[in-house]
Design a protein around this ligand. Structure first.
Ligand SMILES: Cc1cc2nc3c(=O)[nH]c(=O)nc-3n(C[C@H](O)[C@H](O)[C@H](O)COP(=O)(O)OP(=O)(O)OC[C@H]3O[C@@H](n4cnc5c(N)ncnc54)[C@H](O)[C@@H]3O)c2cc1C
Length: 408
């Protein structure tokens, strides 16, 4: 399919694809076949290869060791890395570090950029974003945020309880969303504060057992429950403006949702390729399964929907150049999350028992993709925003005759 990406975007994505085909996918297949998982040391070898090929950290400026690509120029590369379970990690374009790098790049002061952003890009540090809270706190409705940060001299004192903080257990620092002005509306009274993970009062309580996870990495990245008990950090660890945490999070999430869309689209594309190959090789009832119309039509619908998802993400990315593109991004995120979930289910079905076995990546993909309908805003929350916007466009006069019919 021709998506009319820029020549630069196509050129980089072609090189990323070659890296995936030549280096990353063979190692993934071996890990799935043998159970020999990928270590951090080995990951560093991939980073060196990615650096040699000018593919490392495409999302970051060159001064921090990235490729300095514009957002739309790097987007198709995210589709390519999404095809592998460790593709994004292999070029240091993995969530949540990728989004955290972006947050620091736009919001951090020079000291924090040197002490945290530079090593984060290089893979010398890992990071986490700590916003979601247990039952009475912020979740799908972030306005319910409970964690507080109070000023004491030139320090913040943070108290709160978080969960679902991805990769906190391996992180060197946490970006914590806390209420810094309890009298203001939460969207005007919360800040993002950088907290080194070894600060007194930070307790990583546990990682959850959960659906999905990188089954081919040696290290468990996981998602953690954390308590913050009188945690003191300098006020200058505030990222972005004081009380501007949600505005900064929105900037992070706009692009971040689209990079997720592209990674999951790539994953769905690979799942369909595997399914079509299996169906062409495997026979049943006297002919290849690929000839059975019951599945052929479903594959045709899946390809159509995936094409639409790729198109709608690119459209939202174009709109992001002009505005915050809130609705376009919400549409792209919800549509892509649902389409890719349906495709993983179909791909598993088409491969029969082999779809369930973890010799193929399909079962991992199936587990991975489910969370995409929940994190970065659940489907219903995006639909709520979209519905609010589209209902504003109604024109009552169009229905004047119908509505007043009974009154005549
Ligand atoms: C794999 C994964 C990684 C994550 N990583 C992070 C991370 O790194 N940092 C972080 O802070 N958080 C993270 N999260 C948390 C994620 O952001 C939240 O799970 C999400 O925002 C939903 O919040 P909640 O779980 O509290 O759901 P709840 O707020 O309890 O909502 C439950 C469900 O209710 C429904 N719902 C909610 N509002 C409405 C509505 N208005 N109308 C209709 N239905 C509605 C939705 O279906 C929603 O899924 C992660 C979650 C997952 C699964």
């Amino acid at each position: 399919m021709e998506y009319h990406d820029s020549e630069k975007a196509k050129e980089v994505a072609t090189r990323v694809e070659a890296f995936m085909e030549g280096e990353v996918l063979p190692r993934e297949r071996e890990a799935l076949r043998t159970g020999d998982r990928i270590s951090f040391d080995e990951l560093e070898d991939y980073w060196e290869m990615a650096k040699d090929r000018d593919l490392f950290a495409p999302q970051m400026p060159e001064e921090y060791g990235g490729q300095g690509l514009g957002f739309r120029d790097m987007l198709p590369s995210f589709e390519q890395v999404g095809r592998s379970l460790f593709g994004a990690l292999s070029i240091r374009a993995n969530a949540p570090d990728e989004g955290n790098m972006h947050t620091l790049e736009i919001g951090a002061n020079e000291r924090i950029k040197e002490e945290y952003l530079r090593p984060l890009v290089q893979g010398e540090m890992w990071s986490a974003f700590s916003m979601t809270e247990p039952m009475n706190g912020g979740g799908a409705d972030p306005k319910m945020l409970q964690t507080t940060a109070e000023k004491d001299g030139d320090e913040w004192v943070i108290n709160g309880h978080k969960w679902w903080t991805s990769q906190a257990k391996i992180a060197d620092f946490l970006l914590v969303m806390a209420r810094t002005d309890p009298d203001a509306h939460p969207y005007e009274g919360a800040s993002i504060i950088l907290v080194p993970v070894d600060t007194d009062g930070v307790e990583i309580v546990r990682n959850y057992d959960h659906l999905g996870g990188h089954g081919i990495m040696e290290t468990e990245f996981g998602h953690a429950e954390i308590t913050y008990d009188d945690v003191r950090v300098p006020v200058e660890n505030t990222i972005g403006e004081e009380n501007g945490g949600f505005r900064l999070a929105q900037l992070r999430l706009g692009g971040g949702r689209l990079t997720h869309c592209m990674r999951y689209s790539g994953m769905a594309e690979r799942a369909l390729t595997i399914a079509k190959t299996y169906m062409s090789e495997r026979e049943g009832f006297g002919s290849p399964i690929a000839d059975k119309q019951a599945l052929r039509h479903r594959i045709a619908d899946a390809e159509t929907n995936l094409h639409a998802a790729r198109t709608v993400s690119r459209h939202a990315a174009r709109e992001l150049d002009r505005s915050d593109a809130r609705i376009e991004v919400a549409m792209a995120k919800t549509f892509t999350a649902n389409v890719t979930n349906e495709i993983m289910d179909l791909a598993v079905q088409c491969c029969g028992g082999n779809g369930i076995a973890k010799d193929l990546p399909l079962a991992h993909f199936y587990e991975e993709v489910r969370a995409f309908r929940i994190f970065d805003g659940p489907d219903e929350v995006h639909r709520r925003s979209i519905a609010r916007e589209v209902f504003e466009d109604t024109a009552p006069e169009e229905l004047e005759n119908v509505l007043r019919f009974g009154e005549r």
